[in-house]
Design a protein around this ligand. Structure first.
Ligand SMILES: [Zn+2]
Ligand SMILES: [Zn+2]
Length: 173
């Protein structure tokens, strides 16, 4: 689904757009980091023009993703939610193109248009955690026997329990 907004139609009065992207909207990404959507992704944006002829896109996004746990390698569902604010400018005539340092935090809108579908996709990649964990308490995979220790206790654990650090942690409980 492409939701293209022509910035020429945007004035100083914020215009609101509410878009829901269905699970089938997601296209596999080359990194394989996001396996897919576990719910539709809801995008809410308000777009308006500033006094300096730029365009602010204030938005929020929420949904659920299928991710792979970096520790136990199992697939799990992560809730995502993000608030963001983006700034766009129309592509100026060449001789007018002067970018000051303060202006470096905006993107040019190609043909004066922005695509909410692309913005949603970018935001999803921004909110995916650097380290994906199915839970903070994920026990991961046993390096010795390869069992997922969230589901199966293995004998290798017993050897580990003799480790001094592990004993201290047990005493704290
Ligand atoms: Zn895990
Ligand atoms: Zn083991």
């Amino acid at each position: 689904m492409a939701v293209v907004i022509d910035l020429h139609t945007i004035s100083n009065t914020p215009k609101e757009y509410v878009v829901s992207f269905s699970e089938s909207w997601w296209k596999a990404d080359p990194s394989g980091q996001v396996l897919g959507l576990a719910s539709p992704v809801d995008l809410n944006v308000a777009i308006y023009k500033t006094n300096s002829n730029k365009f602010v896109v204030d938005g929020s996004l929420k949904g659920k993703l299928h991710l792979n746990c970096d520790r136990c390698l199992n697939e799990y569902i992560e809730d995502i939610a993000s608030d963001f604010s983006l700034l766009f400018a129309l592509v100026p005539d060449d001789e007018q193109l002067k970018i000051t340092d303060a202006d470096l935090d905006f993107d040019f809108a190609v043909d004066g248009k922005i695509n909410l579908s692309e913005i949603a996709r970018e935001q999803i990649f921004i909110v995916v955690p650097m380290k994906c964990l199915c839970s903070d308490a994920c026990k991961g995979i046993c390096h010795i026997c390869g069992k997922n220790r969230n589901f199966e206790q293995c004998d290798c654990n017993e050897i580990k329990s003799g480790h001094p650090t592990f004993s201290i942690l047990t005493n704290l409980k």
